[in-house]
Design a protein around this ligand. Structure first.
Ligand code: PLP
Length: 319
C-alpha cells in the first residue's frame, strides 16, 4: 500500500518535470453554491493533465536495466501522453497501447512525443490485456495508469500542494475513474487531518469505481460514448490498491449526467474562461447540480484534472 511518506518522496522525484499548478478562487462557482469554491487547475499541467505526476513518480523508480528495456502503458489518452513525455525527458523508450476510441488529439500528441503507438482493441480492458501480453513478450515494464503505489503517490502530490496553498480547506471534489487521483489526494489529506473530506465524482455512463465500492469488489461495467472519455474503463479485475483506498478514504461518490457535464464545461469556459475536457469538469458538475452541497462556511476545492479535448468538440459543447 502507498503511504503518505511516499507522496513526499514522489514530490521530490518529480521536480523538474511536473509543475506546481495554480489554485484559483472561482467567483462564478462561489456565487452559485454556499461557501467559497477554488479550482485546482491540473488542466494547465505540462501535457494537459495531472497524469504526468504519477507517470513521472513511477518511472523515476525504475532500475537502470528497466530503463534500458523500456516501458509500456495502456491509456484513454492522458496517461499515455504523460508516459510518453516523461519517457522522452528521461531517455526511456516507450510503447503506448490505445483503443480505437481514443480521440485523435490525444493520439497525435502521443505520437509527437516519440512514443510508439499500438492500437489494441475496442475497449479499455482489451487494450490492457494486450499491453500485458506485449510487456511479457518484449520485457517491457508496465506503467499502470492508476493501480500502482508510485502512481498513486505521484497523484497525491496534488494533495500536498493544496495543503501548502490552502491549509484551511474543508472538502476536495475529485474526478474519479481508476481511483489513482482520488486515492492519492485522499491519502495526502488524511495524513494531515482525517476530518478533511474527499468526494469522488464519475459519469453515469460507466462508473466502474462507484459500482465496485457498492459491490465490495471489482465490477466490470459497459463502456459507452461519453463526454468524459478520460474516465472510462474498469478498475481491473485484480485491483490491488485503489479500490481499497477509495473505499476507506472517500467520503462519498456521486454520478453526473452528460448534460450536467456539458453545463459544467460551459460554465468554466464562459464564466471563468477555462478549458476543461468532459471528465475534468465532473467535479464542477457535481456542485452545479447540487449533488455536492457545501455548508456556508466551507472552503471547497474542485480538481479540474485536464484539458485535452478536441477543439471542435469543445466548441460544439460550449458554443
Ligand atoms: C485519468 C483521468 C482522471 C481519473 O483519474 P483516475 O486516477 O483514473 O481516477 C480524471 N481526469 C482526467 C483528465 C484524467 O485523465
Amino acid at each position: 500500500m502507498p503511504t503518505a511518506r511516499q507522496i513526499f518522496e514522489a514530490r521530490q522525484r518529480v521536480q523538474g518535470i511536473v509543475r506546481e499548478t495554480p489554485l484559483l478562487h472561482s467567483p462564478a462557482l462561489s456565487a452559485r453554491v454556499p461557501g467559497e469554491v477554488f479550482l485546482k487547475l491540473e488542466s494547465v499541467q505540462e501535457t494537459g493533465s495531472f497524469k504526468l505526476r504519477g507517470a513521472t513518480a513511477r518511472m523515476a523508480a525504475l532500475s537502470e536495466e528497466e530503463r534500458r528495456r523500456g516501458v509500456i502503458t495502456v491509456s484513454t489518452g492522458n496517461h499515455g501522453r504523460a508516459v510518453a513525455f516523461a519517457a522522452r525527458r528521461m531517455g526511456i523508450p516507450a510503447v503506448v497501447c490505445l483503443t480505437d476510441r481514443v480521440p485523435a488529439v490525444k493520439r497525435d500528441a502521443i505520437a509527437a512525443l516519440g512514443a510508439e503507438i499500438r492500437i489494441a482493441g475496442a475497449t479499455q480492458d482489451e487494450a490492457e490485456a494486450a499491453a500485458l501480453r506485449i510487456a511479457e513478450a518484449e520485457g517491457l515494464t508496465l506503467i499502470h495508469p492508476f493501480d500502482d503505489p508510485w502512481v498513486i503517490a505521484g497523484q497525491g502530490t496534488i494533495g500536498l500542494e493544496l495543503l501548502d496553498r490552502l491549509p484551511e480547506l474543508d472538502t476536495v471534489v475529485v474526478p474519479l475513474s481508476g481511483g489513482g487521483l482520488a486515492g492519492g489526494i485522499a491519502l495526502a489529506l488524511e495524513s494531515a487531518d482525517p476530518a478533511l473530506r474527499v468526494i469522488g465524482v464519475s459519469m453515469e455512463r460507466g462508473a466502474a469505481m462507484y459500482e465496485s465500492i457498492r459491490a465490495g469488489g471489482p465490477v466490470e461495467v459497459e463502456e459507452y460514448e461519453t463526454l468524459a472519455d478520460c474516465l472510462s474503463g474498469g478498475i481491473g479485475p485484480e485491483n490491488r490498491y485503489t479500490l481499497d483506498l477509495c473505499r476507506r478514504l472517500l467520503d462519498a461518490v456521486h454520478l453526473v449526467s452528460e448534460e450536467e457535464i456539458a453545463e459544467a464545461m460551459r460554465l468554466l469556459f464562459r464564466e471563468e474562461r477555462l478549458v476543461a475536457e468532459g471528465g475534468a469538469a465532473v467535479g464542477v458538475a457535481a456542485l452545479l447540480s447540487g449533488k455536492v452541497s457545501p455548508a456556508a462556511t466551507d472552503r471547497t476545492v474542485v480538481v479540474v484534472s485536464g484539458r485535452n479535448i478536441d477543439p471542435d468538440r469543445l466548441l460544439s459543447v460550449v458554443g
